[in-house]
Design a protein around this ligand. Sequence first.
Ligand SMILES: C[S@@+](CC[C@H](N)C(=O)[O-])C[C@H]1O[C@@H](n2cnc3c(N)ncnc32)[C@H](O)[C@@H]1O
Length: 206
Amino acid sequence: MKKAPELQNIRGVKIYPPNHKRVQKLLTGDNEPEIHGDKVWFSSYFIMDFLDANPPEPKTRILDVGCGWGALSIYCVKKFLAKVTGVDADKHVFPLLELHATLNNVNVGKKVSKYEDLKPEFLAKQDIIVGGDICFWDELVDPLHTLIKNALAAGVERIIIADPGRPPFMRLARRCRRLHKAKIKSVKVTTPRKHEGYLLIIDNPG
Ligand SMILES: C[S@@+](CC[C@H](N)C(=O)[O-])C[C@H]1O[C@@H](n2cnc3c(N)ncnc32)[C@H](O)[C@@H]1O
């Protein structure tokens, strides 16, 4: 009999390997994620490391935008006892998020929305916004900047976005440094593999 593929363990979050039959069922046919939410992307690990060094208090309300499979959301619940909502424009990622939330025995809220459509009243209920690998097309720069401006106006304390350094992300990062005194930090991780990239950190001046 063929051996079932082994679970991955990423910083304490259990992840099904892409060839696992439960994942394959959710990655094919009409269920297939349509905007790159087809795996866990490594920029989330930069944010996990940053949060380890700057841990949020228990019950901090965290919004994981462009959450995909939700590895970062699950990490925040497990590690920091945060109250996390995963937001994604693609409804097809949520069965994968739920599969992993169940595997890890945690609850993550779910919301289908584009970045720029998140309402001020909803943003006002969040403390921190995170997003790994979410600014990969030129046309995502303005929507993400709209989200950042709305979130700052709504009182969100901190926004952390990570990326390998693609040109659209760097454009957003430079714009936020100029307009919102954001910090751009070069970062690297060695586990589960070596990767380099950037964190964009925007703190609300209050
Ligand atoms: C490259 S994946 C990253 C997923 C996840 N953050 C990770 O690190 O594994 C980008 C995610 O952003 C979502 N996305 C793309 N454009 C979006 C938009 N305009 N509003 C909200 N989510 C969007 C995609 O559906 C996808 O799940």
